[in-house]
Ligand binder design. Structure first.
Ligand code: UD1
Ligand code: CA
Length: 459
């Protein structure tokens, strides 16, 4: 298609968000709003992106620091969308081709729509093509004014519109495709003689018409795609639109969502067939879940890789961990980053793991903390076992070899190694390594004082 550049307008403060954070950095389903627009542009084949930033410019710049194809142009004062594009043009000096202009607060536009608009633009040899939609309530948007033949004549802002123009329901999405040479010529001619005393980008349409150039419109069927986000009510609406799309795709791919309107799965999460997800489950980041799993209510999973047939029971929290096949977790278990559970592991209620590798078939069924630990196969970790991994300065490792039985209420003071096939008696505080095939017991012998209660009662 030839080279395509994009300008993304994101300098506005977003006053109606009533926030200390600039609007375009507010998270939409886990990612800043503006990064949705950036992804849409990338997906449409854009090779260079100029972000126009103003308020909190540094935060936006930092977020995209690792992307060399994204340049930031600073617009010190927000004098209007036309002025914003003027600020971006120096960063595109020497570029010829088509320029997509997008808004950082219109995040739901799809790459497919942008590609279709670009194709029509090229086909029709227009100087400008504007992405539009029909809205039942066009209030607040610029209206598309067309001539009798259906050619776009100009775009008029609501505040500048006549009564008749306000009745138009085809609105300007704020997204355009423009030929770079025409854009460079038109931008300096924009004035600010309008109700808001702003430099309106939309004026370039009128200029093209005067020059006898063709202006097209590309209407998108689903108005949701071009909804602008100005306040937190619209932000919540956009979130629910994204969630609905993600959930429907998963269900059509064979995942059961018991109550999709109360299931919160971020875009990019992958889930296998015949997995069942109960209500109020949150699945985030680059999580991958296998087939035939059951995720109980009120579970939070972030950045995990989970195999097939996992049972994740109610109230569990799993972060940045690897879980292999046929594992049972919870209820109320907490897997912190770096946990790795091999096949057939069981982690029960009120068990916390962190940087812990737990071998095949091993179990920690109740009330346990396993941190900085390497645990072999077929190990039984009794109720109330604690790895004492931190001495206040350093973290230390605990190693438990295969087939060890750890009784209840055991403290393992790290660094320490328990040799294979040993038994640690209940109530033991282990401070020395235990050789294989041994019994380790460390507790004060019990004393029974018979009749003591009766003597005490007599005084
Ligand atoms: C704009 C369009 C309107 C369209 C609507 C769609 C103009 C004159 N009007 O109106 O026709 O229906 O978008 O949502 O273009 N921005 C800057 N610098 C500025 C001003 C704005 O970067 O000086 C950015 C904003 O951060 C925002 C975008 O441009 O991302 C749109 O600006 P906004 O003020 O929201 O324009 P609207 O009044 O909504
Ligand atoms: Ca807006």
């Amino acid at each position: 298609m030839g080279e395509i550049a994009a300008i993304i307008l994101a300098a506005g403060k977003g006053t109606r968000m009533k926030s200390d954070l600039v609007k375009v950095m507010h998270p939409l389903e886990g990612r800043p709003m503006v990064s949705w627009t950036v992804e849409a542009a990338r997906g449409a084949g854009v090779s260079k992106i100029v972000l126009v930033v103003g308020h909190h410019a540094e935060r936006v710049r930092e977020h995209f620091a690792a992307s060399p194809e994204i340049a930031c142009a600073v617009q010190e004062e927000q004098l209007g969308t036309g002025h914003a594009v003027a600020c971006a043009l120096p960063a595109l000096a020497g570029f010829t081709g088509r320029v997509l202009i997008l808004c950082g607060d219109v995040p739901l536009v799809s790459s497919a729509t942008l590609q279709a608009m670009l194709a029509q633009h090229k086909e029709s040899r227009a100087a400008v093509t504007v992405l539009t939609t029909h809205m039942a309530d066009p209030h607040g948007y610029g209206r598309i004014v067309k001539d009798a033949a259906g050619h776009v004549r100009r775009i008029v802002e609501e505040k500048d519109a006549t009564e008749a123009e306000r009745l138009v329901t085809e609105i300007n999405s704020g997204i355009y495709c423009v030929e770079s040479d025409f854009l460079a010529a038109a931008i300096p001619n924009i004035g600010n003689d309008n109700a808001q005393k702003e430099f309106y980008l939309t004026d370039i349409i009128g200029q093209a018409v005067e020059l006898g150039l063709s202006c097209g419109s590309f209407p998108v069927a689903d108005p949701d795609e071009v909804m602008g986000i100005n306040d937190r009510v619209q932000l919540a609406k956009a979130s629910s639109i994204v969630r609905r799309r993600v959930n429907e795709e998963l269900m059509l791919d064979g995942v059961t969502l018991v109550d999709p309107s109360n299931t919160y799965i971020e875009q990019g999460v992958r889930i296998g067939r015949d997995t069942i997800v109960h209500p109020n489950v949150h699945i985030r980041g680059a999580t991958v879940i296998g087939e035939g799993c059951v995720i109980d209510p009120s579970v939070l999973i972030q950045g995990c890789r989970i195999g097939d047939r996992a049972q994740i029971k109610a109230g569990s929290v799993l972060c940045d961990s690897v879980i292999r096949n046929d594992v049972a977790i919870g209820p109320m278990a907490h897997l912190r980053p770096g946990s790795e559970l091999c096949d057939h592991v069981k982690i029960g209620n009120f068990v916390e793991t962190k940087k812990a590798v737990i071998g095949e078939g091993s179990k920690a069924s109740h009330l346990t903390y396993l941190g900085d630990a390497t645990i072999g196969r077929n190990v039984n970790v009794g109720c109330g076992t604690i790895t004492c991994n931190y001495d206040g300065v350093h973290k230390h490792q605990t190693v438990i070899e295969d087939d060890v039985f750890v009784g209840s209420d055991v403290q393992l003071v790290a660094p320490v190694t328990i040799g294979r096939n040993s038994l640690i008696a209940a109530g033991t505080t282990v401070t020395k390594d235990v050789p294989p095939d041994s019994l380790a017991i460390a507790r004060t012998p019990q004393v029974n004082k018979e009749g003591w209660k009766l003597r005490k009662a007599k005084g």
